[in-house]
Design a protein around this ligand. Sequence first.
Ligand SMILES: *[C@@H]1O[C@H](CO)[C@@H](O)[C@H](O)[C@H]1NC(C)=O
Ligand SMILES: *[C@@H]1O[C@H](CO)[C@@H](O)[C@H](O)[C@H]1NC(C)=O
Ligand SMILES: *[C@@H]1O[C@H](CO)[C@@H](O)[C@H](O)[C@H]1NC(C)=O
Ligand SMILES: *[C@@H]1O[C@H](CO)[C@@H](O)[C@H](O)[C@H]1NC(C)=O
Ligand SMILES: *[C@@H]1O[C@H](CO)[C@@H](O)[C@H](O)[C@H]1NC(C)=O
Ligand SMILES: *[C@@H]1O[C@H](CO)[C@@H](O)[C@H](O)[C@H]1NC(C)=O
Ligand SMILES: *[C@@H]1O[C@H](CO)[C@@H](O)[C@H](O)[C@H]1NC(C)=O
Length: 643
Amino acid sequence: KFREAEERAKKRPRVYKEPKSKAPLSPLCPLRECPPLGLESHKVESDQIMASSISQYRYAAQRARLNMQSSDDEDNMRGGAWCANSEDKEHWLEIDARQDTEFTGIITQGRDSQESQNETDYVMSYFLSFSNDSREWTNFHDGYSDWLFFGNSDKDTPVMNQLAEPVLARYIRIIPQSWNGSLCMRAEVLGCPLPGKLLNYTQTQNEVTPVDYLKFKHHSYSDMVSLMKAVNDECPNITNVYSLGLSSKGLDIVAMVISGNPTEHEIGEPEFRFTAGLHGNEAVGREMILLLMQYLCKEYKDRNGKVQRLVEGTRIHLVPSLNPDGQEAAFEVGSELSSWKTGHYTEDGYDIFENFPDLNSALWDAQDKGMVPKLTPNHHVATPENMAANTSMAAETRAIISWMESHAFVLGANFQGGERVVAYPFDGFRLNKADEARKTADESLFRWLAISYASTHLSMTNNYHGSCHGQDAAVGVGIVNRAKWKPITGSMNDFSYLHTNCMELSIFLGCDKFPHESELAYEWEKNKEAMLTFMEQVHRGIRGVVKDQEGTAIGNATVSVEGVEHDVTTAPGGDYWRLLNPGEYQVTVRAEGFTSMTKLCVVGYEAGATACSFNLAKSNWDRIKQVTGSHDPLRQRRSSKGW
Ligand SMILES: *[C@@H]1O[C@H](CO)[C@@H](O)[C@H](O)[C@H]1NC(C)=O
Ligand SMILES: *[C@@H]1O[C@H](CO)[C@@H](O)[C@H](O)[C@H]1NC(C)=O
Ligand SMILES: *[C@@H]1O[C@H](CO)[C@@H](O)[C@H](O)[C@H]1NC(C)=O
Ligand SMILES: *[C@@H]1O[C@H](CO)[C@@H](O)[C@H](O)[C@H]1NC(C)=O
Ligand SMILES: *[C@@H]1O[C@H](CO)[C@@H](O)[C@H](O)[C@H]1NC(C)=O
Ligand SMILES: *[C@@H]1O[C@H](CO)[C@@H](O)[C@H](O)[C@H]1NC(C)=O
Ligand SMILES: *[C@@H]1O[C@H](CO)[C@@H](O)[C@H](O)[C@H]1NC(C)=O
């Protein structure tokens, strides 16, 4: 019977009827399918997913979400799919849409298995069945016999099947007929909820107040560049578009700066950055940044006071796509089928986020030898000498590094996807003497910065959802220390903190890395205030200008805060920013050739950084040097130590 069904399925012509209630047409949905119900995004809740049986607890029905990732830890409870008990005769996976729905299609995927690459479990063919009450079931039929759908031929690539005709029902079952290895699968269901036929279920998620001037769509690389040009044309006085370098395939990594005077750094004005798309398939951050550009431009023109203050007092750099090659690769496959990894890496196969020089080891080794800060500075750790010759560094990473080095960035965040949490550094892990993960000197400030985003985001702290792939590392507060969660070496955040003045965090925007376009309006609602609030944090702590007694700016002076083992340096114009939580601080400024100076600076709870400027006197050694015209190297060395 199965052979017969297979023969018939192979011969069947592909004709599709549109659902009556289909979502608005979009270029991403050429086949006019309805959007996903949200197994991947977790919009479909755990109790909406059921199965006939499970092989083990770790392969429960709730693990059947598309792109679910297993843990690489063998004895944990997090399998990479739903797997059925092989003893059973009939197997099914059931999804309750909780409302009348026009089902239009289904996407399946095999089991994610990080622990053993040689296991390949996937479903090759299946029937579909529908019901209005979960008792009476009707198999999808071609008028003669059950319609067999062909599924996967590997464990990772999602395969979509569309129904020739939409089916109106509340429940759907996938009934596997043939499989490779064990019967395991992950899935997403496409369907349009029937309007006005809501069962007793409040779907508050979709109640968004649309903003008329914003268009919610995914952008290809060229659409993205056009949009940025259009915003630049609309707001030429406060925006400037520039490139921070080329991708491996030669595409510009485009940035927009938004500020009162966008083309230059103004003394005293901190520089801020939001970046996204270092993994090209993590599309939400890119779209949020593009929406933010349009929002800031429009609201500035409309004299929104909060936006005007932000734009005039900050130099905001927005980079929607750090990996344009990856963006193109993922965009081509589209939001539903781009899988977990398509476009994640650069064209040359690098994960940009983990491709930065490992400066943690250098600093930690020096710390362990007791050399910090007397002999080795606790900040601006140098890049390795062989970096220029290193062939294992992506072109994109190099471009980002020189960009980081050439602006007075104070605070930044990179948007990522696949989880719902704000992660703060260190990202790299090493135990300290007390057997704990090492913390940055700015741990409490980093936690504050992370909380400022997570708590303003509309759903990041909703702990009842749990995390996307397993235990909630953030235990309901929406923030996590990356080293304790998923440690990595050579991260962008650790590099930024150790090599520059900029504090950088990672913001993971949700389980679905590349959600359907219809989700973007809600994503914007969730993130808008959080983005504004986070940007405002750049004006927290102390700021000032360091000058000599003639009023000449001193660049590269060191600003140390007592009790915080991480200094910052002044920009070439002598200006500096030191983000700090409220409190009283002894602040010492040192510069070569000058006598160091200490002051008490008080950070209050009100908005805005406390001004704390310094005028340094020439050191005695420097004066003697000037008088005698001596260039004794010993004296120079002494004076550089601040004698
Ligand atoms: C799969 O890999 C494991 C080791 O990771 C090995 O023990 C096992 O024999 C392999 N199985 C097959 C079928 O190759
Ligand atoms: C569910 O009910 C609707 C009418 O409300 C009907 O049109 C549809 O065919 C039913 N679906 C199934 C699978 O029985
Ligand atoms: C399952 O798939 C793997 C790799 O795709 C293949 O090597 C293996 O022969 C398949 N097993 C069966 C039973 O088809
Ligand atoms: C919907 O459910 C709530 C609680 O579950 C109940 O109080 C309410 O009466 C229900 N409404 C309808 C229309 O059935
Ligand atoms: C730009 O600034 C000039 C001078 O301040 C002003 O006249 C002009 O209207 C501004 N243009 C836009 C598009 O805001
Ligand atoms: C080259 O750079 C990569 C990425 O930063 C790094 O992982 C690797 O260790 C470097 N190799 C050498 C020899 O320094
Ligand atoms: C900044 O000062 C440090 C010493 O305090 C020095 O090692 C470094 O080269 C200086 N950097 C620049 C850009 O002048």
